[in-house]
Design a protein around this ligand. Structure first.
Ligand code: LLP
Length: 429
């Protein structure tokens, strides 16, 4: 039996004419649970985490999974069991981590717009650190903490002004970005933080962008961060930890991002050279832990050949997988059961009433109505950005562990969708 791995997808392989995820035939999952269906490999998530752990071997590091990439309880549970902390960006994220058994002390709270209620709940839960993104937020956090009679552990997110060389929507560390405290305001912000009664300064953090496939932006950011640490400590404010954020890219279509372990060994050498190697370190990876651990399985509903374009209409759409519509992102699309026929060129599109509802343009596929396709690299920022547009229920999610398949989210029903709504009852008035 042939055993052919797909590039960048170590957990996926064709055995004969069948696509497997770990030890499970993906088409069996589609038969049992319907489509569209997200299928995640636990082994692939743990392997991605292991690369980071190799890079940080012998160092004091807290790896905080940036759960915005995929906030399914069953996914959070995998990383909680593996000892990870979590990077959250809302009160909702916090409740998910607590519900999945994550340790509050290992939670860091990022985001430019934390509300007072979110701050209060996070302080009550005893989270590890607030990554504060503005001077105004700092003042409010101090007030909220004092009203509870506690001190908020804080790191200031600084904007190091480096270009991550990625899509503009997911660049976050440039001067004009809404994120972080501008370079020139960092020192005064720390000095203010040190004076506020409700604030305890713990560390410093940055995050320069996402889907970064080169190492230079990281090297630049590390040097700039260390310059700032030196300047802050020189005015008498000690920093316990340095958090370098997330952002490492994955292979969607032949990109060659650095291996997490190799990259971090290189970055740690820089830290060592400047005497910071033994500091407490933190990172916040999201996509690189889960992106290539997942696929979205979808059925071909109709083929619609045309004069200029051939359309392959599938049952997954931009509401399930918004990355192509939002960022013109490329996701590989492969058949679960390849055919020997001569391939044709198809635009793979969903059923939603928008021309932006496409999953792949000009794909070469040998495909028939009723076939099953897998949209690859769908573990990150797909389900987490899914919506109910066109009253479409969100897909089910399966976590594969060897030869076991766990249903970690059932398909959303129409009752789920309508349960929070009420009719006004105009007719009966
Ligand atoms: N830390 C912070 C403060 C972040 O804002 C992010 C991502 C991360 C960590 C994790 O970054 P990662 O390791 O996943 O690159 N929806 C977009 C990506 C948005 C990223 C937002 N921030 C996409 O589908 O490409």
């Amino acid at each position: 039996m042939t055993h052919e791995n797909l590039p960048g997808q170590p957990h996926l392989a064709y055995r004969g004419n069948e696509l497997y995820c770990e030890e499970i035939r993906v088409s069996d999952l589609a038969k049992d649970h319907g489509t569209p269906l997200f299928v995640y490999s636990k082994g692939a998530m743990l392997a991605a985490l292991a690369a980071y752990q190799r890079g940080f071997a012998g160092r004091k590091v807290q790896i905080c999974y940036a759960m915005k990439a995929n906030p399914a309880l069953g996914v959070i549970e995998v990383f909680a069991e593996a000892g990870c902390g979590f990077d959250i960006v809302s009160g909702g994220d916090l409740e998910r981590v607590l519900a999945a058994g994550g340790q509050p002390g290992k939670i860091i709270f990022s985001g430019v717009g934390k509300t007072r209620a979110e701050m209060r709940r996070a302080l009550e839960a005893g989270i590890g650190c607030f990554n504060v993104e503005s001077e105004a937020e700092l003042e409010v956090l101090s007030q909220v903490a004092l009203s509870l009679g506690v001190c908020a552990p804080v790191s200031i997110r600084v904007n190091p002004n480096v270009d991550p060389k990625t899509h503009p929507y997911i660049s976050t560390g440039l001067k004009d970005s809404k994120f972080g405290v501008a370079h020139e305001r960092v020192l005064p912000t720390y000095q203010r933080a040190a004076k506020l009664a409700g604030i305890r300064v713990l560390g410093i953090d940055c995050h320069i962008g996402s889907q970064i496939t080169q190492e230079d932006p990281y090297l630049d950011a590390v040097e700039r961060m260390l310059d700032l640490v030196e300047a802050i400590e020189a005015v008498g404010i000690p920093l316990q930890h340095i958090d370098f954020g997330g952002g490492l890219g994955i292979d969607y279509s032949g990109e060659t991002p650095p291996d997490a372990g190799v990259l971090w060994q290189k970055l740690l050498a820089r830290l060592d050279a400047r005497g910071f190697g033994q500091r407490d370190l933190m990172i916040e990876p999201g996509r690189s832990l889960v992106g290539n651990a997942g696929v979205c399985v979808s059925e071909v509903l109709y083929l619609k050949p045309g004069e200029h374009k051939n359309f392959c209409i599938i049952d997954a759409a931009m509401n399930d997988l918004p990355r192509p519509a939002l960022y013109q992102a490329f996701h590989q699309i492969v058949p679960l059961n390849p055919r020997q026929d001569v391939p044709e060129t198809w635009d793979v599109v969903g059923p939603i009433c928008e021309s932006g509802d496409w999953l792949g343009h000009d794909r070469s596929l040998a495909v028939q109505q009723g076939d099953l396709l897998a949209v690859l690299s769908s573990g990150a920022y797909c389900m987490s950005m899914a919506s109910n547009y066109n009253s479409r229920g969100r897909a089910a999610e399966i976590l594969v562990e060897g030869s076991q398949a766990h249903l970690i989210r059932r398909r959303e029903t129409m009752a789920d969708q309508m349960q929070s709504e009420r009719l006004v009852g105009i007719k009966s008035k």
